[in-house]
Write a protein that binds this ligand. Sequence first.
Ligand code: FMN
Length: 177
Amino acid sequence: MKTLVLIFHPHINNSRVNKALKQEVLKNTSKEVIVRDEYEKYPDEKIDVELEQSLLEKAGRIVLQFPMYWYSCPSLLKKWEDQVLLHGWAYGSTGNALKGKEMVIAVSTGAPAKNYHIYGDFHYTIDEMLIPFKATSNLIGTKFLKPFILQGVMQNLTDEQLKKESERYVDYILSNK
Ligand SMILES: Cc1cc2nc3c(=O)[nH]c(=O)nc-3n(C[C@H](O)[C@H](O)[C@H](O)COP(=O)(O)O)c2cc1C
């Protein structure tokens, strides 16, 4: 099954976590594993909708990797959703292009897991924060796999832990489910 990994980080060169995840998954690039850094592809944010749709059509599993920004995603991913997941293609009575494919959200959060709790600082769980992605997946008919979540990355994540997490990420997104 082909896996398409779309990375959305506006400053990947200043990134620690998403850069490490990207580098690990890039080691596995092949005909079956396509990795795209979307901010790098579209520095002017002009998304090639036809190209994006054709890549999605060829994939069996779609991975959306990004850092959490304001309890959501960086803005290019939102723009990508708005422009690529079109009515009549991704949803609606004739919109079946992505039906049956798998979707994985891979997100890093600066804050620790304990904040993402009803009694924590943010009062909502990470699963609740990701509901819009799950609802989108439901609408377009993809199977929403368990998200890959890396939390508390601004705290005590050592280089060794980050290396392990990067390997766990790649094992997870490339394994059969
Ligand atoms: C604009 C902005 C908004 C952010 N919003 C959140 C947030 O809502 N929740 C959170 O836990 N971390 C938030 N962070 C922290 C990032 O998620 C964190 O820096 C990132 O996951 C680290 O990955 P990186 O090393 O690849 O940049 C935010 C960071 C920025 C720059």
